[in-house]
Write a protein that binds this ligand. Sequence first.
Ligand code: BJW
Length: 234
Amino acid sequence: MSAFERIVILTGAGLSAESGLSTFRDKGGIWARHRIEDVATPEAFARDPETVLEFYNQRRRGARGVTPNAAHQALARLEAEFAGSVMTVTQNIDPLHEQAGTRNLVHMHGEILKVLCTHCGARAPWNEDLTVDLACRRCGNTGGMRPDIVWFGEMPYQMDRIYAALTECDLFLSIGTSGNVYPAAGFVAEARAAGAHTVELNLEPSEGISLFAEAIHGKATKVVPAYVDRLLHG
Ligand code: BJW
């Protein structure tokens, strides 16, 4: 029987690495190949939409055929079998958590398989390449159809819901994230302030390691299933 009742899990690119998706800041990661200011800001999209759309078209194609790994599956099992509540907040834009079966999920940085119209705010599932001449199915305008991704300088999704869960949780897990990007990097401090036990599961110590009460370092597919077993079966 676990001592905890309310768990919040934050996940990042390291969780999907063993499914074959690139991380951002590791050697050879996405930011070693692209400049953030060229592809991941609203200013980049305004200046050069073709380059930004092509960057995300490639990411969307790369996400096809990728499957959840043992860590995604373990987190889905935790949500299904834990006696208390589990909320998963992912910074990842891939669909691997939901494919594994996680249901109480927030994609705080958006989703690669959705499109957002900058003219009218319409959002819709989207599985194809995006082009600048695509018209919005709701307002009919062209030139504003972008991937539904939170870029630097934009407000991540569902922050009120996330902060409410953080102030109520008694266990906070941070998995596969370097802790470089805010506001996600600040969640551990919020959870600590609320009195939660805080655990990092990551390949290596993250930027915020000193804020965690416990740290387990190793590959996600090894350490996450083992930690979930510990939580569920003592
Ligand atoms: C493994 C593993 C394995 C490998 N097993 N582990 C100055 C100070 C503070 C803040 C700011 C500042 N200047 C600007 C800001 C704000 C800015 C920010 O944080 N900038 C920093 C760079 C300083 N943030 C924003 O602009 C955000 N919005 C915002 O702040 O709004 C205002 C606000 C105010 C108050 C409250 C709320 C809001 C928006 C951020 C948007 C981030 N978008 C991106 C790209 C879009 C998505 C995409 O294209 O995919 O999201 S950036 C990129 O980084 C992506 C990720 O979600 C995000 C986090 O990366 P992640 O997941 O941590 O990946 P990595 O690669 O960094 O780390 C992977 C880890 O896994 C590593 O540690 C590995 O060791 C590990 N690993 N293999 C386990 N097998």
